[in-house]
Write a protein that binds this ligand. Structure first.
Ligand code: ADP
Length: 269
């Protein structure tokens, strides 16, 4: 079963309250051993990314979504530490600018999707348009309701044109968020991470969970699967995500491009 336990299969119902953000069931050793295993896995990921870049045939899109303080930033830092900045890009999606708002919601997204040999990581994404927009009522239901279909088709288009897509929801508990917010408030070097507005989103926790459940149920497909990652334990989160990435990239059976003719006999003067 392996990491497949975290994949939302097409047709699955998602019940986030039945998925334990504390669980670490796919790892049998202790935390220290997991951290060691992570180092090796991380090296594999680096090598695969190098191959992706060298081969220049595949495109990889990784979507990260989560509640505040669930660890999007540290996941990005930990997992992509060591990859080649030439082939990896992180794209964050914030509150839309005036120009972005003047267009359809996928306009700002499509231009940042990966090209051949690239791996692009979305820190938030087009999913905000069925999450915050739905929960906060920024668009009427008639409008966001249609977006699940658009998103499924959009991602299918990307997949059909050669993009490998993986979508991760970092699942923390409401208690864990509280602890992390308190930690931010108690540490002046972390104050920049805290916005009072985060509390308004926290108050809407249940609405967000419902919105996430719907989004994942309606857009997890064979070619663009969602994974619900237990994320209360950071070491487990990092290990699981890296394993999934390594497995998906290995399945691409990539190879370095063939050398030019006659390299074996070449003597450098
Ligand atoms: P982050 O929390 O991702 O580290 P910020 O604190 O700048 O970064 O938060 C970005 C904010 O932008 C979030 O509150 C998010 O809900 C909001 N946002 C992103 N996309 C949209 C969108 N399409 N419509 C409205 N708000 C959005």
């Amino acid at each position: 079963m392996g990491m497949d336990r975290y994949r939302v299969k097409p047709g699955d119902k998602v019940h986030l309250d039945r998925l334990d953000p504390d669980e670490t069931s796919a790892w049998e050793g202790d935390k220290a051993a997991a951290k060691e295993a992570f180092v090796d896995l991380n090296a594999k990921l680096e090598a695969l990314q190098e191959l992706l870049y060298a081969e220049g045939k595949h495109k990889v899109l990784i979507v990260l979504q989560a509640m505040d303080a669930a660890g999007k930033d540290s996941t990005i830092r930990r997992i992509f530490d060591g990859t080649n900045p030439q082939g990896v890009k992180v794209q964050s999606f914030k509150v839309p600018t005036e120009e972005e708002r003047a267009h359809d919601y996928l306009w700002r997204v499509h231009q940042h999707t990966p090209g051949d040999g690239e791996m692009v990581l979305f820190n938030r994404s087009h999913y905000e348009d069925v999450l915050v927009v739905r929960v906060k009522g920024f668009a009427p239901k008639e409008r966001w309701e249609k977006r699940y279909d658009h998103i499924r088709h959009f991602e299918q288009l990307l997949a059909d044109e050669g993009t490998t897509i993986l979508k991760f929801f970092l699942h923390i508990s409401k208690d864990e968020q509280k602890a992390r917010f308190e930690d931010r408030l108690n540490d002046p070097t972390k104050h920049w991470k805290f916005r009072k507005g985060d509390l308004a989103d926290r108050a809407l926790w249940d609405d967000y969970m419902a919105a996430y459940e719907d989004a994942m149920e309606r857009t997890s497909t064979a070619d663009a699967p969602w994974y619900v990652i237990p994320a209360n334990r950071k070491w487990y989160r990092d290990w699981v995500i890296t394993r999934i990435l390594v497995e998906r990239l290995e399945a691409l059976k990539m190879a370095f491009p063939p050398a030019e003719e006659g390299l074996a006999d070449l003597v450098i003067a």
